[in-house]
Write a protein that binds this ligand. Structure first.
Ligand code: NAD
Length: 502
């Protein structure tokens, strides 16, 4: 055992026996993960315990070893029991082996445990950590369960694959409300929503609509919506104009890495994954296998996750103490290799020495960086989503998707017109969403994946039996239908997209 390890163990022992905080101990689940995981977890836990965190630790094994032992989920059933019982999970990064159908443990954990909110604060530590954005202080609140990450994908024709983008009202309400409640709890002034609802009017349109509905419940907090493309550009250019940002899953995944990197380094950011019952806290970076076992890695990302965990379990004074000691250490220029810079840093240290410096600084506040005060906040408890009264839903047409390897839409229209019913008829064909019949452009590039839209003729209606009849006629005419999508109106309002150019 090295002298540094021995010293850390002594500190942990002392903290267990002489804590000045009087909380009930909270059992937490800890996974040390792979690569640099064990080193940064040991460093993080030593800091928490030295600061007097009232935690009891149940350690579980997840990640590479579990995957390679034949468990494609990377976690054993007994480990789930411990995570579900303790409800609070501090996880170091893991290595997902390449190939072999291994499922991402992160995505599985988020979905199984309903961890709908992913919170990532990205704050500049300028001038002690280099950034082009010294005023940046942004929190990204990312929807964590749905959107394209539902992972529902199909190949439908030789040329076309699809991924379903699922956005739900409960999903939107929960994440948007979380963003506003977070802003309220942490004294933030503004919540900004990013979507692409000028293009995706149904899915991103719902997210934006719910944002507008919920924003009015928080008149004390400013709100605004940006189209994601210009929003992302502004975030990368002038992040200081943003405060709390809320967005659907994919955009949040991409932009939270951008935000963390431009704030200083992805190696400095932590994240919280919050659900109604359970929560998971982690660093945002991976297991950096090439740095493993060398006492090189920066434990700051995981420590930031752990500070969020302490706030979540109501140990705010300990969280505050750890965060201020960390800020003080950063401003003293005691830096790991990844943020070390000649002229700014004063000492290049390893993982353990960095942890020891933070422990020495416990009880102190930074002099130049802004010290934090966390008040008495605890986990944000949002009301459980209540299903709304059903709307009036009416079938108003059907899209039949056809696999056809011709190129002339007029030819396909002649073929598909043969299955028309007297009261339900072909009205439009699109290819990748663009109208190609009637009155298409010959310049439009077409794949082998065609959408044929059937609507009732004036004065008629359409029912499910008509859809079945259309499918039967298509089968008899050897038209290869790959899927159908019913067209509905909700409360009298059409709830599907038009063809582009329609
Ligand atoms: P990575 O984040 O592990 O490493 C990228 C580079 O960043 C490293 O080479 C290293 O130079 C640097 N780095 C990252 N964290 C650091 C730290 N704490 N201190 C100092 N330097 C640090 O990304 P990767 O190389 O793409 O992925 C490696 C493995 O991690 C893969 O198996 C991947 O699947 C996994 N991963 C896991 C998680 C997770 O468990 N949450 C997240 C991302 C990636």
């Amino acid at each position: 055992m090295s002298a540094a390890t021995l010293q850390l163990k002594q500190i942990i022992h002392q903290s267990k026996t002489s804590s000045k905080y009087t909380h009930m101990k909270q059992r937490i689940t800890v996974a040390k993960g792979d690569g640099i995981g064990p080193e940064i977890m040991d460093a993080t836990l030593s800091i928490l315990l030295a600061a007097g965190a009232q935690i009891e630790i149940d350690e579980i094994e997840v990640g590479e070893k579990v995957y390679l032992a034949g468990n494609t989920a990377g976690i054993a059933p007994e480990a789930w029991d411990i995570i579900r019982r303790n409800k609070v999970f501090l996880k170091a990064p893991i290595t997902t082996p390449q190939g072999g159908g291994y499922k991402s443990l992160n995505v599985t954990t988020r979905k199984f445990l309903g961890l709908y909110a992913n919170i990532r604060p990205c704050i500049s530590l300028s001038p002690f950590v280099h950034t082009k954005h010294p005023q940046m202080d942004v929190v990204i609140v990312r929807e964590n369960e749905e959107d394209l990450y539902a992972g529902i994908e199909h190949q439908q024709t030789d040329e076309v694959v699809q991924c379903l983008k699922l956005i739900s009202r409960p999903g939107c309400e929960k994440i948007v409300r979380y963003a506003f409640e977070y802003a309220k709890a942490y004294g933030r002034k503004k919540v900004t929503c990013f979507t692409k609802d000028n293009i995706m009017k149904q899915t991103d349109g719902l997210f934006h609509q719910v944002f507008d509905e919920i924003a009015v419940e928080y008149p004390e907090i400013e709100n605004e919506h940006w189209i994601i493309d210009i929003g992302a550009a502004k975030l990368a250019d002038t992040p200081e104009i943003f405060d709390v940002l809320v967005m659907p899953n994919l955009y949040g995944d991409v932009l939270s890495d951008v935000a963390a990197q431009i704030a200083g380094s992805v190696g400095l950011a932590g994240s919280a994954n919050i659900g109604q019952e359970c929560a998971m806290f982690e660093a945002i970076h991976g297991s950096a296998p090439r740095r493993a076992g060398q006492n090189l890695a920066n434990p700051s990302g995981l420590l930031q996750g752990a500070v969020m965990m302490l706030n979540h379990i109501g140990q705010n004074a300990v969280a505050e103490n750890v965060q201020n000691a960390w800020l003080k250490t950063i401003e003293e220029g005691i830096h790991t290799y990844d943020i070390y810079k000649e002229g700014v840093s004063t000492q290049k240290v390893g993982t353990k020495e960095f942890a020891e410096a933070i422990i020495r600084n416990l009880g102190q506040k930074p002099s130049n960086l802004k010290a934090v005060t966390y008040g008495k906040g605890q986990a944000l408890h949002l009301p459980v989503y209540q299903r709304k009264a059903p709307q009036q839903k009416e079938l108003v047409g059907v899209d039949l998707f056809v696999h056809w390897s011709g190129t002339d839409a007029n030819e396909l229209a002649s073929l598909v017109n043969t299955i028309n019913l007297s009261q339900v008829q072909l009205t439009m064909i699109t290819n990748r969403g663009i109208k190609v019949w009637p009155d298409g452009f010959q310049e439009t590039f077409c794949t082998d994946h065609w959408r044929c839209r059937f609507k009732p003729v004036a004065g008629a209606a359409v029912n499910k039996q008509d859809v079945i009849e259309l499918l039967q006629k298509a089968e008899a005419a050897s038209i290869d239908i790959i899927k159908t999508e019913n067209l509905y109106a909700f409360n009298g309002k059409p709830a599907f997209s038009l063809g582009q150019g329609q």
